[in-house]
Every structure is written in C-alpha cells, then in structure tokens.
Design a protein around this ligand. Sequence first.
Ligand SMILES: C[S@@+](CC[C@H](N)C(=O)[O-])C[C@H]1O[C@@H](n2cnc3c(N)ncnc32)[C@H](O)[C@@H]1O
Ligand code: SF4
Length: 424
Amino acid sequence: MITDIMRRTILGKKEKFLFEGYREGMIDFESIGNEIGLYIHIPFCKDICPYCPYNKTVYNRDMAGRYKKAIINEINLYSNILKDKTITSVYIGGGTPTLMVDELKEVLGLIKKLFCFSGDIGIEVHPAEANARLFDMLKDMGVNLVSLGAQTFNDSVLDFLGRGYSSEEAEKALALVKGYHFECVDVDIMTNLPGQTMEDIRHDVLRAYSHDIDQLSVYPLIVFPMTNMGEAIKKSGLKRYSNRDERRILAAIDEISAKSGYKRSSVWTYGKEPGSRYTSVTRESFVGLGAGASSLAGGYFYLNTFSVEEYIKALAQGKLPINLVNRMSQKERMIFWIFWRCYDGVIDGSRFTRLYNAYLKKEFPLLFTLLKVLGMAKEEGQRFVLTERGRYAYHLVEKQYSVRYLNDLWQASMNRPWIEEYRL
Ligand SMILES: C[S@@+](CC[C@H](N)C(=O)[O-])C[C@H]1O[C@@H](n2cnc3c(N)ncnc32)[C@H](O)[C@@H]1O
Ligand code: SF4
C-alpha cells in the first residue's frame, strides 16, 4: 500500500514495475559506468534458518564443486563484457560463503587475473564456521573486511532463531577473528525478535562492543511472509514489537553506542571512533555473480536464476544465467539511488548532479520539501542528512519494500527458474 502510493506520487507511475525475461542483447553493457563492485552469492548453508529470505539450499559437496565451475564460467563471460571497467570491491555473501572457502581462493585469483581490480574484499562469516584455518585462508586470499553474523549472545534467542551455536561459541568466534587484525570486523545483530526484551538487546550490543569491533550492523527482524517464520507467526499470532517500540529500541541503541564510543555511520551501522570505516553492500553500481544474485548496472536491475541447477546448466552452455531484467527509466534510476543513499543516511546533491546531470530538488520537489517540513532530513549545503525521525521513517519504508517487493519477486524466482514476464 505505502509502496504503491510512493510509486504513484514520487515517480508519477501508475503501472507496476515490469521485469522481462532475459534475451541475449537486451542489456546494453556498454552503458555501465567505469567503476563497478562485484557481488558473489554462495547459496549454500548447513542448516536453514526459519526467518531467512535469501536464496539458499542445503550444502552438498558435489553441487558446490559444480557451482564453483559455473562461477568461473560466469567470471570468464563477464571478463569479456566488462573488459575496460575497474572492479572497485568484491563482496562475498550468501548463504554461508565460507563453506566454499577452498573454491573461493581460485575464484578470487581469477578475478584478480582477469580484471583491473583495486579495492576491498569482504565476506560474511557464520559463527559456527569460524576457525583458525578459515581466517588464515581469508587473510591469504586478501580478504580485509569480515562480517560475523552473531545475531545475538542470548542462548534462548539463538535457539528461537535456530542458529545452531551457543552464545559462548559466538563470543569465541569474535575473539578469534579479532586476533587476525582484518581492517574491518563487523558484527551483525538482530533486534525486534519475538520474546527479546530491551535488556536482551542492550546486552547484545554491549557484548559486541566489548570485543572492540570496528562496526556493528543492527538488523531489526523483517518477517518475510514466504519464510517458515512468516507462516508460523501468522498462524500463532505471536506478539511482535509495535512501531513505537521499534523506535524506542533504535533510540536506545544510539545511546548505548555513543556511550561506548561508536557513532552511527549509516541507518543501521555504527562505527568505532575515530577512524570509523563504513562497509556496505549498497554500491551505486554492481554486478552479481551466482544463483539468485542481483545486479544494478547502467539503467538495468537484473536477477540471475535462483535455481542452482539451472544456473550451472546455463553456464555450461556458455550463456549468462540472467532470468529477469527491469529496464529503469532515468527517474527510476534516480529514486533507486536516493533510496540507497537514505540507507547511508546522507543524500549528496553534488554526487547526484554528477551522476544524472540534474538537481535533486528540481527532480523531486515534493519529496525533498516533505522530508524537510516533516523534520525527516536537514539540508546542509548540497547534502540532505536524515534526522532520527527520517531514519525511522526509512526503516518503515524499507520494511514495506522488503515485504511487498522483495518477498514477492524472490518467492516467484524461487518457484520458477525462468520467468517470461513479471509485474511488481
Ligand atoms: C545476507 S545475511 C546472511 C549472513 C549469514 N548467512 C548468516 O546468517 O550469518 C546478512 C544479515 O542479514 C540479517 N538478516 C537475515 N534475515 C533477516 C530478516 N528476516 N530480517 C532482518 N535481518 C535479517 C542477519 O543479521 C544476517 O547476519
Ligand atoms: S540466515 Fe544465513 S545461515 Fe541462515 S539460512 Fe539464511 S543465509 Fe543461511
């Protein structure tokens, strides 16, 4: 509902977004800018968490071996398509990417060989996977950013989430990774979970900071209707936090963070002061490799097939494994950019002008007037900086965007490997 209203008022668009089945030649790769990030999706996990909306399947050694070959084929295809571009970052997510750490060594080696690469290499680490061999290998591969998905240091909440490790193991993983002196160690924690008290959240944040981490990422639970948790909550009527409670939680985390020497570096991240280093997957332009990976490049937003077997098959035939393509109008590209800059907490008007040869306030007069009048953003020179109220409003929009758009698009993609047309 909110998302539909926003589409109509901000974009002036009555019809739904159109995703077309990919046909060769339909993406103008030449239009992609010179600098791009690479995202690599590893869709394997040992166990499946009930709240997880991402594309994943239970790990199987044979399938992982074939998957590696397919990624190598995909990189080879892109090395021709993107031959003059510079890769400015590589982010490896999942799933549980470290289940394929041996294979990833080869994959990263190939990227460095085929592309002009200069930038950070980040990876997500599941606490149950953390061990000295893994971190030795990551260091050796040139990984410099590690994100540990601790989620919580409370055993009963970990049980509720079905995470398969104890709070003691999560803390041990954190102590271990800290000893490796990666440039940035980020810890993910989840909040707003049914049964979690404010005291539990406070405890989790303080436990994470007690390890002198570089960054904390806070994820308020989003219940995706397609997940097992979504269905269970619907059936049982389990009590959730109200919007007002959610806002109180955020304010409390801000306060604890400030007292612990951490400053908000984006809507959901806190960085150590001084020398805070913000790491994010929200790049302006990125190409996604792997089953279910999405790409935002040039005027296109596109998704690979979510089916691991179909992904492997397409690449064995020398084809790009792209399933759906959304050709974005200039206005849509702009609003998508603004949406992700809101996540960063700052919308820089001069960057917007450089990218689109247009002016923020001229293109979206209603949006920026409302942001100011409603106290959601402050204008500082060329920049709009989100206030506490704006950040909370963004959280509500992001929740709607996830539950309304991502849930439906991902569910459809999981149900059918190749889709001719999809309207959202
Ligand atoms: C791409 S995910 C996966 C990371 C890794 N597989 C793991 O589970 O540790 C990155 C983060 O998203 C968060 N997350 C996952 N599902 C979520 C949900 N339904 N709502 C809010 N945050 C979620 C978790 O904090 C997780 O660490
Ligand atoms: S939350 Fe992480 S570990 Fe759990 S199923 Fe999803 S990707 Fe796998």
